[in-house]
Design a protein around this ligand. Structure first.
Ligand code: BTN
Length: 246
């Protein structure tokens, strides 16, 4: 993974570029990296702050032989890899906020946007877009309360190429485990260990009604298990809800 790399100084969005490359037949493992993005996108149609010279913006093309319904699990695999890469390169023990944000002291260091093209029988391709706030020392007003960077958390600048390589290496191992099982069963315990929500009270913002409970951990599908009262555990599916610590 990441052995075939397409590098840009500037691009609209590495996810858009990776999807185009995938449509043109790029092989699984191809990585698109850009120094900055003019139209970086986050989840829920939000913009992703993408200035030049400081952060990591990259998108990985994958062609897994799994059912489309399993594709969202890849985002959790990527979150694990980013966690490991950060730990290896900076020593920072960040946390994973379910399903796929990497946080430090309650603020976001990294976001992941997974997109796929699927046919009825299977997946055509998946693009995993990863944005990491690395050497940024100031954020725009609108995200100042919620975003942080590795520089702000550790006081040290990080060589971005080293971090990209460490994440790709970790991803390759976790992805192999995921593909060999067909689900996250081999990764549940490591994921729960790094998930900041584990054992904590969470508020689930659900369209059909908000509720509060204790996050127990994820299951093999990557769903968050939330105990709402003794013996009653709800399965929370990513993408449908928003989780808040309380
Ligand atoms: C989120 O909202 O948390 C997801 C943010 C994902 C941002 C990354 S940066 C690289 C890739 N290209 C994009 O346009 N978005 C993703």
């Amino acid at each position: 993974f990441g052995r075939e790399v397409e590098y840009h100084e500037v691009i609209d969005s590495t996810n858009i570029r990776a999807r185009r490359l995938a449509e043109e037949g790029a092989s699984s493992g191809t990585l698109v990296v850009s120094d900055c993005q003019s139209a970086g996108r986050g989840r829920r149609g939000r913009a992703w702050v993408s200035p030049s010279g400081k952060n990591i913006f990259m998108s990985l093309i994958l062609r897994p032989d799994i059912l489309p319904a399993s594709a969202s699990m890849i985002t959790l695999v990527a979150a694990l890899a980013v966690y490991d890469g950060i730990k290896d390169v900076t020593g920072l023990n960040a946390g994973i906020k379910w399903p796929n944000d990497i946080v430090a002291n309650g603020k976001k260091l990294c976001g992941i946007l997974t997109e796929m093209s699927a046919e009825l029988e299977g997946i055509h391709y998946v693009v995993v877009g990863i944005g990491i706030n690395v050497n940024m020392d100031e954020f725009p007003e609108e995200v100042r309360q919620t975003a942080t960077s590795l520089l702000l958390e550790t006081g040290e600048k990080v060589r971005r190429s080293r971090l990209v390589a460490a994440i790709m290496e970790a991803f390759e191992q976790y992805y192999e485990e995921f593909i060999s099982q067909g689900d996250l069963s081999g990764l549940i315990s490591v994921y729960n260990k790094h998930m900041v929500n584990t054992g904590k009270e969470v508020k689930i913002l659900d369209r059909s009604g908000d509720y509060i409970g204790t996050a127990l951990g994820i299951n093999e599908k990557g769903e968050l298990l939330v105990e709402v009262q003794p013996g009653e555990v709800r399965h929370v599916i990513s993408g449908e809800v928003s989780v808040r610590g309380i």
